[in-house]
Design a protein around this ligand. Sequence first.
Ligand code: TXA
Ligand code: MG
Length: 319
Amino acid sequence: MDIVQPTDGQIARAADLIRNGALVAFPTETVYGLGGDATNDRAVAAIFQAKGRPQFNPLIAHVPDAAAADAHVVWNDTAERLAQHFWPGPLTLVLPRRAGGAVSLLCSAGLDTQAVRSPAHPVAQALLRAVGRPVAAPSANRSGLVSPTRAEHVVQSLGDGVTLVLDGGPCPVGVESTVVDLTVAQPTLLRPGGATREAIEAVIGPLALGPAIGTPGALHAPGQLESHYAPALPVRLGAVAVAGDEALLAFGRDIPVGAALVLNLSVAGDLAEAAANLFAMLRALDRPGLGGIAVMPIPDHGLGLAINDRLRRAAAPRS
Ligand code: TXA
Ligand code: MG
């Protein structure tokens, strides 16, 4: 595996690799993606294999803009309004597959829908334009484990499962894109993420909530298993006091004393800062020998919805 700075030359090399069926990890504004040619069955199959991802969990096709998405999915007015407000950016739209579209059926995992997203990160944009085809890209981690927000996380997670990693530094948003299903009568929030529910509702009105949002035990997007984003240590939520053998993931100024190790998502209580820190801090606190990770309460609005969703999954019973 090669980890390189995303110079023009390396982006061109990465695009050639993808066009030839190889997998490349690249930065987006949310998390690092493990990218492969979405029109190539073998490349898409290799993504599932590298991640150890269940075949029933569909992949997002990444495109540079709405015009490129329109070639692969049946676009509609709601998609157009959302794309105008949020693309490029941390919003994924689930739409009907376009008949005769070039995206591999494996990407849809047997559904007649396809998720599309136009990422804002300049390296992702440059790469997508150079590939000239949709790029299938899940988060570049082993399935079920903590998502990568730095190039070194990708290396720790996937090792030789990936040919090249474009190192774009830390991902500025830090939680995955919001997934909205536009194939149903009322647009439905399948996964809270970097585009807030409030901001989306300001554009298209009320969202229905996917079955699992706020109800542990059910599924979000297909294949979004309850236990996910899981560090090796057990995770305890809503902590207002802490044991001496616990690591503390803190939020705000007023924090309990006595933890073995403390990292603070945001001393100022800023949810955007907390989201950007979330996965790197979960990884850093996940040290052998400790009893667990205690997490302080995080407000459940704005980006807090995505943060709490990931934390609930990190704390869910492991299967
Ligand atoms: O921010 C992101 O979205 C990152 C970056 C790399 O773009 N990607 C990402 O991909 O998080 P992944 O595969 O880790 O998560 C995609 C989510 C999963 O929950 C999947 O079930 C859902 O999107 N999804 C994909 N296609 C879908 C479809 N056709 N219908 C419903 N849900 C879908
Ligand atoms: Mg993921």
